[in-house]
Design a protein around this ligand. Structure first.
Ligand code: NI
Length: 319
């Protein structure tokens, strides 16, 4: 019984042991497989991350690696633009829709106030009745393109309708003056009406620009005591009437001007007519060919050492 017991229990132990070993082996194998697959997954995951992070290594860096010559080209190009800019060769041209040509500015590095006016005959171009959103922006481009400052006698109600344009005219270096509020014939209305019309225009322009208009031109050039008393600025009329509003024609504007112009002339035009704006480039070029240069009214008075006084009327600013 003892022997049988012993044999039985030994056999049992052996089998149990074998099974235990087998289970252990299976367990180890499955752990190994699991570890392997986990590792692969981890590797895959990390590969995925690397691929996702790749763009973060910067486009410039990758471009630099793949196209090393690109950097040299870029540096060369930026350098070239800088040199051309210094030499004034990259000036943008402005398109003049009326003459259907593009105009080359004289130089973007020459400011209106830096022009050399010494020994030049001087004239002041003046533009009345605007600013008009349809014609004044083109005129501004033409004046900028030729480096010509002008004086704009603006109507209060036109300025009120186009405040940004008023600012643009000022910013471009032109002089802003008043042409009254509603273009009334001031000698036909009461003194009180004259006062309120002039004051309303002044208030509008002052609100837009932060400063009062420097000069006044009464409509039709009509002046009486009520006008002189209320303007609060010098009164500026003209010595050359181009009659641009009447003939609406470049040739006639240029020929009238050239026959009447002289040093210190004040030239009257209207920037609300497309035909007037169209004539301006030709007029400027013709006057320049004849030895004239352009200033605003106030600049011209300063150069001529004429002290403009409020309520006094000026037709020209001759030397
Ligand atoms: Ni007018």
């Amino acid at each position: 019984m003892d022997i049988l017991d012993k044999l039985f229990s030994r056999e049992l132990n052996r089998r149990t042991g074998e099974r235990a070993i087998k289970i252990d082996a299976d367990k180890k194998a499955s752990q190994k497989n699991r570890a392997k697959s986990l590792g692969e997954n981890a590797l895959k995951a990390s590969n995925g991350n690397v691929q996702k992070e790749k763009p973060k290594t910067s486009l410039l860096h990758r471009l630099d690696v793949r196209l090393p010559w690109l950097k040299i080209v870029a540096v060369f190009f930026i350098g070239l633009v800088a040199i051309l800019d210094l030499l004034d060769l990259t000036i943008s041209r402005v398109y003049d829709p009326y003459n259907k040509i593009s105009i080359a500015p004289m130089s973007k590095h020459v400011r209106i106030t830096e022009r050399n006016l010494e020994g030049k005959k001087l004239v002041a171009l003046t533009f009345d009745d605007g600013p008009s959103s349809e014609t004044t922006p083109t005129l501004l481009k033409i004046l900028q393109g030729r480096d010509v400052p002008a004086t704009f006698f603006m109507l209060g109600y036109m300025a009120r309708n186009n405040p940004d344009l008023v600012k643009q005219v000022k910013k471009a270096g032109h002089e802003i003056a008043s042409h009254t509020m509603y273009h009334q014939n001031l000698i036909r209305i009461s003194a009180g009406a004259v006062e309120s019309d002039i004051n309303e225009a002044r208030t509008i322009l002052t609100d837009i620009l932060g400063q009062a208009p420097s000069l006044t031109r009464p409509p039709y050039g009509n002046i009486n005591d009520a006008v002189r008393k209320n303007v609060g600025t010098p009164i500026i009329l003209w010595s050359v009437d181009t009659l641009d509003w009447k003939y609406k024609n470049t040739d006639s504007i240029v020929s009238i001007t050239m026959s009447e112009v002289s040093d210190g002339a004040i030239i009257l035009m209207h920037d609300i007519h497309p035909t007037s704006v169209e004539a301006v480039p030709v007029l400027i070029d013709t006057l320049r060919d004849a030895g004239y240069e352009f200033t605003t009214i106030s600049e011209l008075a300063k150069i001529r050492q004429i002290n403009l006084t409020n309520g006094t009327t000026y037709y020209n600013l001759k030397p």
